[in-house]
Design a protein around this ligand. Structure first.
Ligand code: SF4
Length: 387
């Protein structure tokens, strides 16, 4: 069976507000029957409120529409995000006044409010789900689509996987990339060899381990798998292996499976806004230029289907290469454009494959345009009358 993903295109036929993305969000909320599903529910709206002076996170106009729909349906909404992003969120336009509901740190102000779930995976034994997320009875996963340094892509999976976990688990998920060995140096690896390996990397992604001289440490976030370091490392001493990179995406899928297991199956809805997509995630605290054309807004009850649809739609166009920071490089043009930028081992589709294997949804979806531009009669431009 094809799982529906409702879609609002950024295209419009007429210069009218009702053809723009916030209006299409209303149509998507109707198709998801959100109002009918939230009566009496405590609704966590998990979103990323950004950091510092970033301005490309989901705009308050969209958030407020989701809040209004939940309130209209008799639900009690609140915004949830990690503590260091909610602190100062009002500086980026996210406040009770603008959104219509409170903004809370999901695991409390000190990240100490969580529930522990045992699920051994590599370096992680226990996963700590943020208390306010697990206490909620309905979850709206409201994500902004963008690039990501660890896995090339952040959207529905990433928003829940990291954002619904307490800080200790978020750190452990990043550390999981180091679980499988990649350095096999021996006594031949002297300081000069380490320096040569580090010096050849234009991303400063590989350095001598500060605790263990003679051992190299890889910063997977910066590494785009160009392979330059392999040319100067002693034979067999270093691996740039997909397993380390894929581990992060597998950890994200496991994290999401644990989060979703705390909600009844029909008590979760996913909405993703694919506009102003930057090379890296919104945690960086600034907004650079978009590297992909705006692709629209998506909604689904299936987290696998929505990320798959977002990837397929955003993958139709190449990168806007003139907007890529000059310190980043494109060294492959195969697969999804975010893979061009972050490297072949950071294939953004991995997370949907892991998610499907865990039974979280289906990669087989039907994309349903809620207002196809082709079906709208064209009309000449009108002017707003002076008041
Ligand atoms: S593969 Fe390239 S980016 Fe990665 S550590 Fe080696 S030189 Fe640096």
């Amino acid at each position: 069976m094809l799982h529906p993903v409702y879609f609002g295109s950024p295209r419009q036929a007429r210069l009218e507000a009702k053809e723009t993305l916030p209006a299409k969000l209303d149509l998507i909320l109707d198709r998801l029957h959100l109002r009918d599903r939230v009566k009496g529910e405590t609704v966590a709206i998990k979103m990323h409120t950004g950091n510092n002076i970033g301005y490309s996170t989901v705009h308050p106009v969209f958030v407020r529409k989701v809040v209004q729909a939940i309130k209209a349906g008799g639900g009690k909404p609140f915004i949830a995000d990690v503590n260091w992003d909610t602190a100062g969120a009002e500086e980026r336009g996210y406040s009770t006044e603008t959104l219509g509901c409170p903004v809370y740190p999901a695991a409390g102000p000190d990240e100490k409010y969580f529930y522990t779930h045992a699920r051994p995976f590599k370096n992680i034994q226990n996963w700590k789900i943020a208390g306010l997320i697990e206490d909620a009875t309905f979850l709206v996963n409201l994500s902004h689509v963008k690039g990501h340094p660890s896995c090339s892509f952040g959207a529905a999976f990433k928003n829940l996987a990291l954002g619904c976990m307490a800080g200790e688990t978020r750190s452990a998920m990043h550390d999981a990339m180091h679980y499988d060995r990649y350095w096999f140096g021996d006594e031949r690896t002297d300081a000069a060899t380490c320096q040569r390996i580090a010096a050849v990397c234009p991303q400063a992604a590989i350095v001598e381990d500060k605790h263990t001289p003679g051992e190299m440490h890889l910063h997977f976030e910066q590494c785009n798998q160009c392979g330059r370091c392999l040319q100067v490392a002693p034979p067999g001493s270093l691996k740039i292996d997909p397993v380390n990179f894929h581990t992060f995406q597998e950890a994200c899928a496991i994290s999401v499976s644990l989060v979703l297991s705390t909600f009844a199956p029909d008590k979760v809805a996913h909405i993703s806004l694919a506009t102003h997509m930057t090379p890296v995630c919104d945690c960086f605290g600034f907004t650079g230029m978009p590297i992909l054309p705006d692709a629209g807004i998506f909604g689904s009850d299936d987290i696998v289907a929505i990320d798959q649809a977002v990837l397929d739609v955003t993958g139709r166009t190449p990168l806007i290469e003139e907007n890529i920071p000059t310190s980043m490089e494109v060294h492959t043009r195969e697969g999804h454009p975010l893979r061009w930028l972050h490297g072949p081992h950071k294939d953004p589709y991995c997370v949907t494959e892991y998610g499907e294997k865990l039974g979280l949804g289906s990669r087989q979806y039907e994309l349903i345009d809620v207002l196809p531009v082709e079906q709208i009669e064209r009309a000449p431009m009108g002017y707003i009358p002076a008041r």
